[in-house]
Every structure is written in C-alpha cells, then in structure tokens.
Ligand binder design. Sequence first.
Ligand SMILES: [Zn+2]
Length: 302
Amino acid sequence: MKVFSNLQSIWVNSGRQWRQGFLGIVAIALITLVATLRPAHAYEVQITPTSPQLGDTLSVLVQPARTGPSPVVTVKGQSYPTYALPGNRFRALVPTSPLDQPGRLTLQVSGQEETRNLAVELRNRSFPVQRITLSPSRAGLEGTDYEFGRMDELKALRTPTKFWNGPMSRPNRGRVSSEYGIRRYYNGEFAQDYYHRGVDYADGTGSPILAPAAGRIVLVGRVQDGFTLNGNTIGIDHGQGVASVMIHLSRIDVREGDFVQPGQQIGAMGDTGFATGPNLHWGLYVNGVSVDPVPWRNSSIE
Ligand SMILES: [Zn+2]
C-alpha cells in the first residue's frame, strides 16, 4: 500500500506541474500577443540643455528600443530630421531664437515606436536694446535677390554628414563688439522681426578670419556679384543642418567646394556691405534659424 500511495502522489504532483506548465505557456502566448498588437517599445529621449534659454540649440537624443528608421522630432508644427549616432541612437538639433515665446516648449518624437510627448521650460532672456536713427539714404540700403537667394540656399542645407567635432573655436582674435540677439528700435519703432543674428568681432581691416569648425565652403559671395548688404561673404556647411556665415570681409582666401579645418584662415576682416567699421559678423544657423554661437563655443554639442 505504501508503494501505491507513493505512486498516487507522483501522479498528482505531475498533474499539478502539467497544469502549471500549461498556464505558463498560455500566459506567455497572451503577453506575446499583446506586445504584437500594441507597440510597447517607446523611445527613450534626452534633451540638453535641461534648462535652455532663448537662443540655445536643443540637442534631442533618441534611443529606440529596437533598430529601425530615423525618428522625427516635431516642435510647433515644424519637423526636424534626426541623424544616426553610434550605438543605435539618433539626434535632432532644435534651434531657438529671441523670436520664440519663452515658457513651456513641447516636443514630439515619432517613428516606428510609440510616440513620445515631452516638454522643456524655455527660459526668457533679456537682450540688449539699441535705438537706431536711420537717415533716408541708409534706410534705403537693400540687398539683392541674388544675395538673398544664395543665403537662403545655405540655410536650407541638410547635409547628412556631421563635419564639426567638439566645441567651435573663436573665428577672430578681436574683441566681441556686438553680441547675439540684440533687439532694435528703428526711428522709435520696435522691429518685431529683428534680432542680431550673430556675434560681431572687431580687430581692424586685414585681421585673420578663421573657420570655427570643419566644413565645406558652400558660399563665396562678393560685393561685385551682388552681395551689397552682407559684403564679401563666406558660407560654411558644418553638416546636419549647421552652417556658419562670415560677412563684411575685405579678402576671401577660399573657393566654393574647399573643405576647411577648424582654425584654418579663410579670409580677412573688412567693412564691405552694410558695416559701420571693420568687423566680422559670424552667424551660426541651425536648421535655418540663427542661434547663439556662444554655447557652441563653450561646450561640445554632439
Ligand atoms: Zn553683426
């Protein structure tokens, strides 16, 4: 009888194990089914700087759960491409400017995984204000269609390769004579759309102008070709929607198509175009918007 009871207990135990095993398989099948029906994988997103202010460039780092196509970052109806980084990561650069509204800025990351909605607090910043009185002759100075067209082409570039590496370097040894973002009143009237779209350096005619980062020379504009407002101009494509523009030059040492290294001399300071004296105006554009170059000089924006 002892043998029988042992056999019975083995039979009962194995029956329980079988039932548990079956329930386990059903549970796994259900979890798999739910996972297939609903995209449980969501992008992991990191935004830097964490406390941005007007003029800053937001770096939006996206880590997908699985490999797949590049996600898209959308801000205020405007979509920004992401570019692949090592380790199955993607990054978009979102520009801000003095024309943006400070406060809550919402960002959406969408693609093959679950859409993520995020928000950052865009801090206000007080920019210096200038009051300019224009004489009728000065007020009448306009650029040419050729000049504006070439500038628009530069801002529209979205070269997939990233040419810059690490912090950008100072493009001239002179003192900063006019900082980024200054707002203006013209003849007593606030210019809603105006802000100083760059940083000015002053060091006298002929002072060397250096490339702030590696890139391709995509624009050489001269006064005699119609660059009446900006004067002699160099445009550098740093890749992935980042471009520099150097204006008012006295001399240009590069040609379109050249590839330049950071710190390489590309021209010399001058006062060509709409300039009150010899100075370099360095404008830095991110996806078509003039951003503050200072954070790009102080830190490495990857
Ligand atoms: Zn300027």
